[in-house]
Write a protein that binds this ligand. Structure first.
Ligand SMILES: [Zn+2]
Ligand SMILES: [Zn+2]
Length: 296
C-alpha cells in the first residue's frame, strides 16, 4: 500500500518552476455540484438513467453536508501531526477515524429517503465502524452493496475534506504509484489533463479525491511498460478509454477531457459501465474502486 510519493509539510522545499506536481489535493469547495449536474446530464436517455439520477441525489446531499456539517476545527488542527510518520498521512487502514464521519452518514439520512439507508441508520455505531473498516480494507463483499454505497459516500466526504485541508505537498521519490499517496486507497480512474498541464496523466483517488501523477507509458497497477492496450466503444478520439495491461491482466479507465469538455471522472465512470463490461469480457479485471457501485 506504499506510494513512492511522500507528503511533506508545506514550505519544506521549493518546487522547481515548471516542475510536475506529484500530488494535486482536492479543492476545499469540493466538486459535488458539478458532479451532480453532470450525472443528471448523463442520465438523459441513458439505459441506467434511474441509477444515475439516484447517485446524483446522493452527491447533492454530500454537497449540502459540506456546508452544514463542516469538519470540527480540532480535527483540522491535528492534520499537521499526521505528516511526521512514514507512509500516507491519512492511510485509510491506519487512520483513527473521528466520529464526524458518522455525523456525515446520519446527515445523508436527513435529505435522502432510501430503505437501505434507513435500515443502516438503525445500526449501532460499532457496527457501522466495522462496515467502514471492511470497505477500507477492500473487503467489499463483507458489506451489503446497497449499504456500502452510503457508507463509502460518507467516508469519502470525510477523507476528501481532510485531504483538502492537509498542509502538505507531495515529493516524488520513485516510481511506485499504485495507491494514493494521501490515503493509500486505490484510484477510480486516471485522466489526462488539459491547459498548462496538458498531456500529464493523474490518477484520481476513489476515496479522498486527491490526484497523483503517473507517467502514461506504464501500467498504473504493475508498472509494466510492454503490454498496454486501449479499448473504447467509439473512435480513437473517444473521451474515455480502458487501458489494459497484458502483464497483470488489469485495466483502469483513462478520461480525456480534451475530447469532452464537461467530463467529470466519477460521474463519467459510472455512466460508462458498458466499457467495463466489454473489457471484462476480454478477460481483464478492474484494478481500481468504483465509488458508486460496489460488488454484490
Ligand atoms: Zn486518497
Ligand atoms: Zn499491469
Amino acid at each position: 500500500m506504499n506510494s513512492s510519493i511522500r507528503m511533506t509539510p508545506q514550505g519544506a522545499g521549493q518546487a522547481a518552476v515548471g516542475a510536475i506536481a506529484p500530488v494535486l489535493l482536492p479543492s476545499r469547495e469540493g466538486n459535488h455540484a458539478r458532479r451532480a449536474a453532470r450525472l443528471r446530464e448523463l442520465a438523459v436517455g441513458h439505459p441506467m438513467a434511474d441509477y444515475l439520477g439516484f447517485v446524483a441525489g446522493i452527491v447533492e446531499s454530500q454537497e449540502l453536508l459540506l456546508t452544514h456539517r463542516p469538519l470540527p476545527p480540532a480535527l483540522l488542527a491535528g492534520l499537521a501531526a499526521s505528516l511526521g510518520a512514514d507512509g500516507a498521512p491519512l492511510d485509510c487502514r491506519r487512520h483513527v477515524r473521528h466520529g464526524h464521519w458518522l455525523v456525515l452518514l446520519r446527515g445523508l439520512g436527513e435529505t435522502l429517503e432510501h430503505p437501505a439507508l434507513e435500515e443502516l441508520l438503525q445500526e449501532e455505531d460499532w457496527r457501522l465502524e466495522a462496515c467502514a473498516d471492511s470497505l477500507l480494507r477492500g473487503d467489499f463483499h463483507e458489506v451489503h452493496s446497497g449499504e456500502a454505497l452510503f457508507i463509502w459516500s460518507a467516508l469519502s466526504l470525510y477523507f476528501s475534506q481532510l485531504a483538502a485541508h492537509l498542509p502538505a505537498v507531495g515529493i516524488a521519490q520513485g516510481e511506485e504509484r499504485q495507491f494514493c499517496p494521501v490515503c493509500a486507497s486505490a484510484p477510480v480512474a486516471s485522466s489526462i489533463l488539459t491547459g498548462a498541464q496538458a498531456g500529464l496523466r493523474y490518477l484520481h483517488c476513489g476515496l479522498c479525491e486527491s490526484r497523483w501523477h503517473m507517467v502514461r507509458l506504464k501500467c498504473s497497477n504493475c508498472e509494466a511498460t510492454g503490454g498496454l492496450d486501449y479499448w473504447s466503444l467509439e473512435d480513437a478520439k473517444a473521451p474515455v478509454k480502458a487501458e489494459s495491461c497484458g502483464e497483470c491482466r488489469s485495466y483502469l479507465k483513462v478520461f480525456y477531457p480534451e475530447h469532452e469538455r464537461g467530463l467529470e471522472v466519477l460521474a463519467d465512470d459510472l455512466a460508462t459501465l458498458g466499457l467495463d463490461a466489454e473489457v471484462e469480457r476480454q478477460g481483464f479485471g478492474r484494478s481500481g474502486v468504483s465509488p458508486f457501485l460496489f460488488p454484490g
